[in-house]
Design a protein around this ligand. Structure first.
Ligand SMILES: C[S@@+](CC[C@H](N)C(=O)[O-])C[C@H]1O[C@@H](n2cnc3c(N)ncnc32)[C@H](O)[C@@H]1O
Length: 277
């Protein structure tokens, strides 16, 4: 049986931006984080070692294993874990980063790669790298979009990616959507910031309905990022469907806010991080 990669020794390799974070507190936060890289790596191993009968559709890793073994998308349960038709969402990202020159993109927690492929199409660059713990998801993505790069490695807190990017996207990325720990949010926000080119943009996107998310810690994170030389702007995005029917950003946003209010549908949020010039 394969063992999870020993992640801990790598955790504090690049402490450039976080000398004030107490290492033992950070360790405890990570140990209590149910979607930590170690815990997800174990799920990845279980799913890969599983038999067709034992692989559950209820988890991302079960769905990835099913899809990678040839099961159809609709039979894999993937739609509750990945955005499988992301083109309108990515058009919204293009609009939200208007004016920026984007030649290289990192897609963190890219899952099966649908959003990575849409990013390449809309931003018209093949320099898209997806980072994803699930090896099944990465194998599927690499087979389907061989012109893009997929790295089956965890993104580690308090670190930086192996390269710097013009755009780093974290769409429904668990470190921001599955914990209320300010320390985890801070460490990962700084990982994104440390992986940017000088004019780069980090975009964290998530639904406002996530019960445990970075949205609960925004007040504390702004000043912490500022100390590290970065600024943070938070805004809602139009709903994908509204933007596809009404592709005028401002109007789509107003219409989405009204619809969201009337239908009590949570808004889709973006946190944009850039360097203070
Ligand atoms: C909810 S899925 C979202 C997938 C994709 N971004 C989307 O929106 O369709 C979250 C993904 O993040 C991956 N993930 C979570 N933590 C990670 C980490 N530290 N490094 C790499 N991938 C991670 C999970 O394995 C999972 O595939």
């Amino acid at each position: 049986m394969l063992r999870p990669p020993a992640l801990r020794p790598q955790l504090f390799k690049h402490l450039k931006m976080t000398s004030q974070i107490d290492q033992s507190q950070a360790d405890v936060a990570l140990e209590n984080f149910p979607a930590s890289p170690e815990s997800l790596s174990r799920q990845d191993i279980e799913a890969r070692n599983g038999t067709p009968e034992s692989i559950s559709k209820g988890s991302d890793f079960g769905s990835y294993a099913r899809v990678n073994r040839g099961s159809g998308l609709s039979d894999s349960g993937i739609e509750s874990h990945n955005l499988t038709a992301p083109i309108n969402r990515v058009r919204i990202y293009r609009r939200a980063t208007k004016g920026a020159i984007i030649n290289s993109i990192a897609d963190l927690g890219c899952g099966l790669g649908f959003t990575s492929a849409a990013l390449a199409e809309v931003f018209q660059t093949t320099e898209v790298t997806g980072y994803e713990i699930s090896r099944d998801a990465c194998e599927f993505a690499a087979r389907n979009w061989p012109q893009l790069k997929f790295v089956a490695e965890p993104v580690i807190p308090d670190s930086s990616l192996p390269e710097k990017y013009d755009l780093v996207l974290a769409q429904e990325f668990y470190p921001f959507t599955r914990t209320t720990s300010q320390l985890i949010h801070e460490q990962y926000a700084k990982t994104l910031a440390a992986s940017l080119q000088p004019q780069g943009i980090a975009l964290i996107t998530l639904t406002e309905g996530s019960p445990e998310s970075i949205l609960s810690n925004l007040g504390a994170l702004g000043p912490l990022l500022k100390e590290a030389g970065f600024k943070m702007v938070v805004f809602s995005l139009p709903f994908d469907r509204v933007y596809s029917l009404l592709p005028i950003y401002f109007l789509a946003k107003v219409a989405s806010n009204i619809l969201g209010f009337l239908l009590r549908k949570p808004r889709y949020m973006a946190i944009k991080i850039t360097r203070i010039n």
